[in-house]
Ligand binder design. Structure first.
Ligand code: TNX
Length: 538
């Protein structure tokens, strides 16, 4: 087992941590002799197409080793060099695959695509001592074990969601989370940008349709300045703020450079009190908050209540608003997905009936498709099967799974976010000072998030109909990046391995030991985590 790799790292038994590769690769083959050693003479020799992956690897290694590590495109590889080679045969057509060899004669990562080269570089990082993650220079022997790896992902979609609506996270906080999830080969960051309590993305009036009188800047000037009014540790209110379009584009570019796709969400038609509270024209008699002379827009409700707000399904202004907002958001989005929410529109369904809700969702899906994007939505949108098409995603979080096979048959793939084994905002146990408890009875700890199979958890779905897992980090009780990381790690790492590694390779005992090795790496990188007793910390 990988556990025994410890024995190969030197002739003398040392008190070193065992190899902690997470997610576990598809195959690892130990090699004889010494491993690869990085030195002041080392270079990264990259295929031109993998320059981005080489640059990211160089940044990490330079910071901790202090070595110059020039990135070059030509040269005869020496034993101290890292080679990123382009090879169309790697992975046999599976995107993101890589092969890695680390021995005394050099380190070599081969891949058919740039994302594969990036993934191989993440594995190489994990072969060096944990201090390689330090942002400042450390003296250490930068030597790997000798081995060869062949690896490719089980699922193409491996995500985390961050709710910045209930409580805001700054650009720098989000960047740190992107870095952390990318190091575990996750490739989706779903940003929940709007909810009842706040609106976090600047929308301008540019390009308004003829006759549209809405002042979109109110979304952020009014509801960007709002958040949860309670809920955090000691009752701390949520953080306010919003991303300007320039901020947002900076985040998207940063994520793209790390092969992480940002999936923006505007939750519709419910969870919309922040929009209703900012835009007077949305407050029609058919909405959840008709305007009155004394109360022109919906009042701010900073509680964690859900299900009470909705846009007017019979007002054309509603769809003018959605078209403009999603149109601008789509223009800022480099990925193929826009998330349109769809969850918990309880009062709207009670007032108008399920058919009206379904028609609303169908129209919104049509808007997304018309913008040239695919739609993602919570599992409530599966009731609108006829409007779903190939490329769309239905994100299962709770309730019946009965509608999922039909949605999949219509072409949508299922994102596996089952609350009881995915929700990062749940308390680990009764002593966790922040977090909610609804999704699990008492314990929502690491092994529970690991020990399920997203490929088979819904009967009637084939594995090919599952896009992959996503772990949502809701923020009714979470304030700032450190708290988000405390709730995310190590549980998100369970999802990373579940999304990447072959099911047959997954073993919970082995995983909890490898996670224990990863702890030191997170510490060195400055990433917060919960030191759950379910992991064996080294
Ligand atoms: C349910 S999951 C919600 C969110 C809450 C979350 C808290 C989902 C689609 N809706 O609005 O934040 O529970 O755990």
């Amino acid at each position: 087992s990988l556990w025994e790799l410890e024995a190969w790292t030197g002739a003398e038994p040392k008190a070193v941590a065992p190899l902690g590769l997470v997610p576990i690769p598809a195959t690892v083959t130990p090699q004889d002799g010494a491993g690869f050693s990085l030195s002041a003479a080392s270079r990264i020799i990259t295929a031109p197409a993998f320059g981005e992956s080489a640059a990211r690897l160089a940044e990490v290694l330079r910071a901790s080793t202090g070595y110059e590590l020039p990135v070059v495109e030509t040269g005869e590889p020496a034993a101290s060099d890292i080679v990123l080679a382009s090879d169309a045969a790697v992975g046999g057509g599976n995107a993101e695959a890589y092969e890695l060899s680390a021995t005394a004669s050099g380190a070599r990562i081969a891949a058919a695509d740039a994302h594969g080269a990036f993934n191989g570089a993440q594995t190489l990082r994990q072969l060096f001592p944990a201090a390689v993650e330090s942002p400042t220079v450390v003296q250490a022997a930068w030597t790997t074990p000798a081995l060869e790896i062949e690896d490719s992902p089980r699922f193409g979609y491996r995500g985390v969601m961050l709710d910045v609506a209930r409580s805001f996270q700054t650009v720098d906080e989000v960047k740190e989370i992107i870095d952390a999830i990318a190091s575990f080969k996750m490739n989706v960051l779903h940003l929940h940008l709007a909810d009842d309590q706040g609106w976090r993305i600047e929308i301008t009036n540019e390009g308004r349709a003829a006759g549209d009188t809405i002042d979109y800047s109110l979304l952020t000037t009014v509801s960007g300045a709002r958040a949860m009014t309670q809920g955090g540790y000691g009752g701390e209110a949520g953080r306010t703020g919003f991303y300007t379009q320039a901020d947002y584009q900076e985040l998207v570019a940063y994520a793209d450079e790390r092969f992480v796709q940002i999936v923006p969400e505007i939750d519709l038609p419910g969870h919309t009190n922040a929009a209703l509270g900012a835009i007077p024209q949305l407050n029609t008699p058919g909405s959840s908050h008709p305007a009155t002379a004394t109360q022109p827009t919906a009042p701010h409700n900073g509680s964690g209540a859900v299900g009470y707000s909705y846009l007017d399904p019979d007002s054309e202004v509603t769809f003018t608003f959605i078209q403009h907002v999603l149109g601008q958001l789509s223009g800022l989005t480099t990925g193929d997905l826009i998330h349109v929410g769809g969850d918990e529109s309880h009062d709207m369904v009670a007032r108008y009936g399920q058919a009206k809700f379904n028609a609303f969702v169908a129209r919104v899906l049509g808007i997304v498709h018309g913008l040239g994007k695919s739609a993602n939505g919570w599992n409530e949108i599966a009731r609108t099967t006829s409007a779903l098409q190939a490329g769309d995603k239905v994100q299962y979080w709770a309730g019946s799974t009965a509608e999922l096979p039909a949605a999949a048959a219509a072409g949508a793939k299922i994102v596996a976010s089952r609350g009881s084994s995915s929700y990062l905002d749940m308390k680990y146990n009764a002593k966790t000072p922040i977090g909610l408890t609804w999704a699990c009875s008492g314990i929502c700890d690491l092994t529970q998030y690991y020990s399920w199979n997203p490929g088979t958890f819904v009967s009637g779905l084939t594995e090919a109909q599952v896009a992959g897992p996503e772990a949502p980090m809701w923020s009714e009780t979470i304030r700032g990046g450190d708290q988000a990381e405390f709730m995310m790690f190590p549980r998100a790492i369970a999802h990373a391995e579940m999304g990447w590694s072959p099911q047959a390779k997954r073993d919970v005992t082995d995983f909890t030991q490898r996670v224990g090795v990863v702890g030191a790496r997170l510490t060195a990188a400055g990433v917060n985590y919960y030191d759950t007793s379910q992991a064996t910390w080294f």
